[in-house]
Design a protein around this ligand. Structure first.
Ligand code: NAD
Length: 293
């Protein structure tokens, strides 16, 4: 069993991205700039946005946070998005989800200029991804693709089972792994809450990607000997420690790890690669806007 170490990999890729950014600045170019829109006071959302800003800072990129009260009117929020769309100094825009209920999140995503949509949620970018055209890939599947590539994991002809069909993880993950690329060329099965005989599907998988948000769902008897196991799950589970909780993945790591060829830990796996996915998208957006090949 080999650990797919998000910590080590994220650190290495960050160093590469930092060097690229420094190179562009040395050419006299402006800094890449990621803007995050935050609506309301949700604690987890604030933490995510702060960590994205810290990551940008670490790489020598600019970032800004536009923080609006939870009762902002929808038209006002859309107007703020348009302002960012029209600001040539900003390369990437993310609107931290979830937004309050009175705001139509689909409309929000559709208002972001596709060339600045570094979350890869705009239907134009989703369509491009499905067609295999260059675009911004949703950060989590993008981070997983980088992980598979960097660890040189064989994917062609492999049977991959993706558990979960969300727009941000399951669906794009399946779409990417079926493309005629590396990583890719997998035969993909998508399992979800209504799948019959889910364990049986998993047992046939060479690669299992668990993204359902049920701690410890994937057990040893659901995994084939030698499978590659990618755990996307992040759930806070009550615990008797200082913080009052621990983070658990969707895979029962201790029992699944001995059977697997490669496995991601939680924490220290996919979560860190997701942050890399966003940074890489921001740099890609910068290159598009600056006309860099
Ligand atoms: P979601 O709730 O939008 O989707 C969950 C999916 O799992 C649904 O499609 C549902 O059909 C499926 N599902 C639910 N129960 C199931 C069951 N018993 N059997 C089979 N399928 C079932 O979740 P999401 O946003 O895709 O996130 C999934 C998990 O990944 C969560 O724990 C989330 O916190 C985590 N996540 C982690 C990262 C990261 O960076 N590591 C990023 C995004 C999400």
């Amino acid at each position: 069993m080999q650990l797919l170490d998000g910590k080590v990999l994220a650190k290495a890729i960050k160093a590469e991205l930092k060097e690229q950014v420094a190179g562009y600045l040395a050419q006299g170019r402006r800094k890449p700039h990621l803007c995050a829109i935050l609506v309301g006071e949700d604690g987890a959302s604030k933490t995510y946005v702060a960590s994205k800003a810290r990551d940008c800072d670490e790489l020598g990129m600019d970032s800004s946070v536009l923080h609006f009260p939870a009762d902002i009117r929808q038209e006002e929020l859309l107007a703020e998005i348009e302002k960012v769309n029209n600001n040539p100094a900003i390369d990437g825009l993310i609107v931290q989800m979830p937004v309050p209920k009175h705001i139509d999140s689909l409309l929000v995503m559709n208002t972001i200029d596709p060339s600045k949509d570094v979350d890869g949620f705009h239907p134009v970018n989703v369509g491009k991804m499905f067609k295999g055209l260059p675009t911004y890939l949703p950060a989590t599947p993008y981070g997983i693709m980088m992980m598979l590539e960097r660890y040189q994991i064989e994917t062609a002809g492999k049977h991959c089972v993706v558990i979960g069909r969300s727009d941000i993880v399951g669906k794009p993950m399946a779409a990417l792994l079926m493309q005629n690329t590396y990583p890719g060329n997998c035969t993909v099965t998508i399992c979800h809450s209504r799948t019959a005989d889910l364990a049986e599907h998993c047992r046939r998988a060479d690669i299992v990607i668990a993204a359902l948000g049920k701690p410890g769902f994937v057990k040893a008897d659901m995994v084939k000997e030698g499978a590659v196991v990618i755990d996307v799950g992040i759930t806070r589970v009550d615990a008797d420690n200082e913080r009052g909780y621990v983070i658990k993945g969707d895979v029962e790591f201790d029992e699944v790890a001995p059977k697997s060829s490669f496995i991601t830990p939680v924490p220290g796996g996919v979560g860190l690669m997701t942050r890399i996915g966003l940074l890489q998208n921001t740099l890609n957006a910068y290159k598009v806007h600056e006309g860099i090949q």
